[in-house]
Ligand binder design. Structure first.
Ligand code: ATP
Ligand code: MG
Length: 240
């Protein structure tokens, strides 16, 4: 298991954003979180990324406790937040260098990976422009590349496809699948149900802080006798 979330609870004052949830992700698998606005997806991802404290439970990433061995756990993760942040005055290349240096990568390794992802996500021509001059989708490509740059074992993505054109969205999808096929693991949250259906090995449906279903999409469809994920999602989250 690359990720073990055990009894995670996070409260904001009286609001229980995440209510005693547990799930695991195996190496080489893509796990997708879907759920209505305010369900607790971002809160869960931020807890795993080590960005916020939580009230109860344990999170283990690659055998390291996210609180007690935070730096070690973070060193094997790549994180793409729901509202990506770039340093406007840096060029795309400088930003990727900056991130890679945080992970203590060597110059050769950095250059190799920058070339790889610039070519894959087609931003070679923008590399030396300041990111303040990028379009939304171009910023998103740099952010996605920055999560892959240090060859992490686990990638966390909060809404990966927002703002990407169809061609790059497909490339990102294929890249995630290939990365998982080569032993990487992905935890993503999405409102794009077709994406969850297409690339996730397993999904968790979250509602009001609880995981109301966890497992394989086909099994869930069989169980509820629905053949479409949208209907299924509406059914599962309607009365909660
Ligand atoms: N910093 C915060 N302070 C107070 N309450 C918060 C904070 N962040 C989130 N919440 C609350 O926690 C709950 C879960 O929010 P969260 O952002 O995790 O949902 P989400 O599933 O990511 O939703 P969305 O689909 O809209 O991105 C909501 O009720 C939200 O209002
Ligand atoms: Mg969110």
């Amino acid at each position: 298991m690359i990720l073990i979330v055990d009894g995670l609870t996070k409260k904001y004052g009286d609001v229980i954003a995440v209510n005693n949830i547990s799930f695991n992700i195996e190496q080489g698998k893509i796990f997708g979180f879907i759920g209505p606005n305010g369900a607790g997806k971002t809160t869960t991802i931020k807890s795993i990324a080590g960005l916020i404290s939580f009230d109860e439970g344990n999170i283990t990433v690659n055998d390291c406790n996210i609180i007690k061995e935070s730096e070690k756990a973070k060193s094997v993760m790549g994180y793409i937040p729901d509202t990506p942040f770039l340093y406007d005055k840096l060029t795309g290349k400088e930003f990727l260098y900056f991130i890679a240096r945080i992970f203590k990568m060597t110059k050769n390794h950095i250059e190799k990976n920058i070339d790889k992802y610039a070519s894959l996500f087609e931003f070679e021509d923008y590399m030396d422009l300041k990111t303040e001059d990028y379009s939304h989708g171009m910023k998103q490509r740099i952010i996605i590349a920055s999560a892959f740059i240090h060859d992490p074992k686990l990638i966390l993505i909060d809404e990966p496809m927002v703002g990407l054109d169809p061609k790059i969205a497909k490339i990102v999808k294929d890249t995630l699948r290939k990365y998982a096929n080569n032993g990487g693991s992905v935890f993503l949250s999405t409102h794009t149900l077709s994406l969850a259906e297409e690339i996730c090995d397993e999904i968790g449906i979250m509602n009001k802080g609880n995981i109301v279903y966890k497992g394989n999409i086909d099994n869930l469809k069989d169980k509820l006798k629905k053949d479409n994920l949208e209907e299924l999602f509406l059914e599962i989250t309607k009365n909660e």
